[in-house]
Design a protein around this ligand. Structure first.
Ligand SMILES: C[C@@H](N)C(=O)N[C@H](C)C(=O)O
Ligand SMILES: [Zn+2]
Length: 202
């Protein structure tokens, strides 16, 4: 397995800074206390990076959004997540049902290859669109696979679902694959190929 320490990601030729992707917002929640554990998980490391293939796909998603809704922008909530942080989250959630929302560090999160993003949409005044739940709301209301039922019961409104569908549309046009349990999470291609061919960031 190829590995790379997070200390060596900045400036590495296979990685690009999120700041090099025009037109996006960056609000890395795990690099702040505004997350499910209430503390900065990334300090002192700079985790505002993606693998260059992921960065190219994100640029394509930006272009699709600009075509459809030039009044909106994509806001990245998480990008590369070192294996050591995935392990810390995994250990912290031991014995809870919330572990199902995280990739087992033994296999590796696609975030740890710099090929996954957690992402939402915001307007030009940086107000996030209403997706029916906040980021990392680890409940079934966040599950794309349950959306039809939530709409029918009124737990999700048409406008909230339309916002999720717009996000999925621009991301999938750029080759990103969503998952069934989190509206905000997208993998930048086939997970098994990424795990086999890309370096894992430790
Ligand atoms: C829960 C979350 N923010 C997340 O990114 N989950 C995915 C599936 C992961 O751990 O790779
Ligand atoms: Zn994610």
């Amino acid at each position: 397995m190829k590995t790379l320490s997070i200390e060596h990601v900045p400036g590495h030729p296979d990685f690009r800074a999120l700041s090099s992707i025009g037109g996006i917002g960056i609000d890395l929640r795990y690099a702040s206390a505004n997350n499910l554990v209430g503390s900065d998980l990334y300090a002192p490391f700079d985790c505002s990076w993606l693998h260059r293939e992921g960065a190219e796909r994100l640029e394509q998603a930006v272009a699709h959004l600009a075509n459809q809704r030039p009044d909106l922008k994509l806001v990245v909530l998480d990008a590369v997540r070192p294996q050591r942080v995935q392990q810390r989250l995994w250990d912290r959630l031991e014995g809870t049902d919330l572990r199902m929302y995280f990739a087992d560090p033994a296999r590796g999160s696609i975030h740890s290859f710099g090929m996954a993003v957690d992402i939402t949409l915001a307007d030009r005044s940086n107000t996030e669109l209403d997706m029916g739940t906040p980021f990392d709301d680890l409940t079934e209301l966040s599950h794309p696979q349950r959306e039809a039922a939530w709409l029918a019961s009124g737990a999700l409104t048409r406008a909230q679902l339309d916002n999720r569908m717009l996000l999925r549309d621009v991301m999938s046009r750029a080759g990103w694959q969503g998952i069934s349990t989190e509206w905000w999470h997208f993998d930048g291609g086939d997970r098994e190929r990424i795990r086999a061919e890309f370096a894992r960031v430790l």
